[in-house]
Design a protein around this ligand. Structure first.
Ligand code: GLY
Ligand code: MN
Ligand code: MN
Length: 437
């Protein structure tokens, strides 16, 4: 997990991009720093695509790959600046950045506009992240116009602009051994955080006190930040899918749904666990919980090479819908209820998504209109749930129960491997851990 490994991985990826690009040019900018209020910034997070191909962590940096017979790799970055480095910390500066990160040339980022009209001259195709940021789109158009302005000197501008996502998303979808190591770390730290949340939870605590335990474990485990805003939702709040206020007291007799995970070296985990605030499931809670757990087992069982992306969702839906009938939430035959999407009243989201650098990671879900097949190296979440709001036609014992169980799964040759197994999820494991801390 050294910077050297990240640099080497990025170098290999740039070679693949250069080989695939023909005579094209690819330009990727990292994320801007964002003001939080007045002169205070949000914690900095680089752009996932830029970092995938550069491993370069600083803001104000742009990667330019020029393919062809003599491929060239450029980095534009901040200059060394003794005064700023005293205030804000180390900067590589172009010279050290080129040497350390393996670029043919690195230049001050202030030279970008001037150099781009030269680098785009006589290049047929420009690849960049179209529509990511209107200001960046405008800047790219400025370069094209600058090249067109030189037409009478015999220079031509790119006539095709290609969304770089098409190529990069397919690469990012299949994780290599190094990426899987990082995802294992993110998963392991996040699983410990969930164990800790179960160990400390008791009635009378506030949701944010449990959130604080999660954040402490993420950071202590080397995660830069949570991979997304943690959801710590007691009782009825669990039926709000993106509840993030996390400011209410936890009540005996309620369930607590926690959807939280850390980001390690740029890779996300994404775990949800649901458990009783006071450590023992009530009978109705247990019935609903066992249903979601069985649906998750069926969905994970459907993750294997060759199966379609939708197979886990369909497996989960069948069990959940049958369970909704058994719990008297729905009436009718299961096929008809699935056909009519009657389950959506209690299960309104899908069973998973790609996972990687971004919590909802890059990659298409369909190819040519068909759900794509799983391939070894893909990583995804499997996260069925049930969310039951109070209503006259709903058995009262089930009111305000919200349950989701979410794990991170790697597709392997043999089937799949659950990366987040260390977070307890059977009723026995949870009750045992909460009894003994
Ligand atoms: N935590 C976001 C999700 O589960 O998709
Ligand atoms: Mn998820
Ligand atoms: Mn989640």
């Amino acid at each position: 997990m050294s910077l050297e490994q990240a640099i080497e991985a990025a170098r290999r990826r740039r070679q693949r991009v250069l080989a695939a690009m023909g005579d094209g040019v690819m330009v990727l900018s990292t994320a801007p720093e964002r003001v939080r209020n007045r002169d205070t910034h949000h914690p900095y997070r680089y752009d996932s695509y830029f970092h995938y191909l550069s491993a370069f962590p600083e803001p104000e940096a742009v990667l330019v790959l020029v393919a062809g017979d003599t491929p060239r790799q450029f980095l534009f970055c901040r200059e060394k600046n003794e005064e700023r480095e005293v205030w804000d910390g180390f900067r590589f500066g172009p010279e050290a950045a080129a040497a350390r990160f393996g670029f043919d040339e690195a230049r001050p980022v202030a030279e970008l506009d001037e150099r781009m009209s030269e680098l785009l001259a006589d290049r047929p195709v420009l690849h960049y992240l179209l529509g990511d940021d209107p200001a960046w789109d405008g800047r790219v158009m400025g370069w094209l116009n600058a090249v067109r302005g030189k037409a009478r000197t015999g220079v031509t501008a790119p006539s095709r602009i290609v969304d770089a996502r098409a190529m990069l998303d397919e690469m990012r979808l299949i994780k290599d051994a190094y990426e899987i190591e990082l995802m294992d770390r993110a998963a392991a730290v996040s699983a410990v955080a969930h164990r800790q949340a179960m160990a400390v939870c008791r009635p009378g605590l506030h949701e944010y006190e449990v959130e604080a335990e999660l954040l402490r474990v993420f950071r202590a485990g080397g995660c830069a930040a949570p991979a997304y805003p943690p959801i710590v939702a007691g009782g009825a709040h669990a039926c709000v899918l993106h509840y993030v206020a996390n400011d209410q007291p936890l009540n005996a007799g309620d369930l607590l749904l926690i959807d939280a995970a850390g980001e390690f070296a740029g890779y996300a985990a994404d775990i949800t666990r649901t458990f009783p605030v006071s450590g023992r499931f009530e009978p109705a809670q247990r019935d609903a919980y066992q249903l979601v757990l069985a649906a998750q087992a069926a969905a994970i069982g459907a993750v294997r090479p060759g199966n379609a992306w939708n197979a886990p969702h369909e497996a989960a839906l069948r069990l959940l819908t049958q369970g909704m009938v058994d719990l008297k939430l729905l009436a009718g035959d299961v096929d008809g209820l699935i056909e009519r999407e009657a389950y959506k009243r209690f299960y309104m989201h899908r069973t998973g998504h790609w996972l990687g650098r971004d919590v909802h990671d890059a990659g298409e879900y369909k190819l040519n209109g068909q759900w794509r097949p799983f391939v070894p190296g893909m990583t995804l979440t499997v996260e069925p749930g049930i969310y039951i709001r109070p209503a006259d036609d709903v058995p009262e014992a089930l009111w305000n129960i919200g349950i989701r169980i979410e794990d991170d799964v790697l597709v392997t040759e043999a089937g799949c491997r659950v990366l987040t197994e260390a977070a307890p999820k059977t009723v026995t494991e949870i009750e045992e851990l909460m009894r003994h801390g």
